[in-house]
Design a protein around this ligand. Sequence first.
Ligand SMILES: CC(C)(COP(=O)(O)OP(=O)(O)OC[C@H]1O[C@@H](n2cnc3c(N)ncnc32)[C@H](O)[C@@H]1OP(=O)(O)O)[C@@H](O)C(=O)NCCC(=O)NCCS
Length: 136
Amino acid sequence: MDDLDRIVEIERLCFPEEILFTRGLFSFLLRNATAIVACDNEEIMGFVVGYLSGRTGVIYTLDVHPDHRRKGVGSALLDAIERDMKAAGAKRFRLETAISNTAALNLYRKAGYVDGEVLRNYYGYGKDAVRLWKEV
Ligand SMILES: CC(C)(COP(=O)(O)OP(=O)(O)OC[C@H]1O[C@@H](n2cnc3c(N)ncnc32)[C@H](O)[C@@H]1OP(=O)(O)O)[C@@H](O)C(=O)NCCC(=O)NCCS
């Protein structure tokens, strides 16, 4: 919970206003889901949040501060939460991202995720998402 302010700050740098997770939601997630931060000394560079739904590990959000991108931070966070959820019994992973989010799609496909269903208007009218899956 000590990291809540920085998490909210990074979220605002990562996503447009209309789809931002609220401070209240992060406060709930930090208490009830799995959250991992990546730090450079004391500074948080990014974070990932997920939860286990049965045997499915759901990656809920992955955010890297713009100053720290393309250094492997996002991939390392994804790997860390997958390991954590695998140890807790996950047999597969699931996540959603905007079809237009090339950076995220490249990262997830590189990490072994496979495209699944297209979710029309998932982020608002005309903003489709794709659900991706990875088997353990
Ligand atoms: C998507 C995001 C998490 C990537 O984090 P990152 O730390 O920069 O990612 P990595 O350095 O681990 O990159 C891993 C691979 O992803 C791909 N990738 C990452 N950023 C990319 C970009 N801007 N354009 C194209 N491919 C990209 C590349 O294949 C990269 O491997 P490479 O650097 O060897 O080419 C980051 O851009 C971000 O926070 N974006 C805003 C929030 C978001 O969209 N989150 C994910 C959707 S929920």
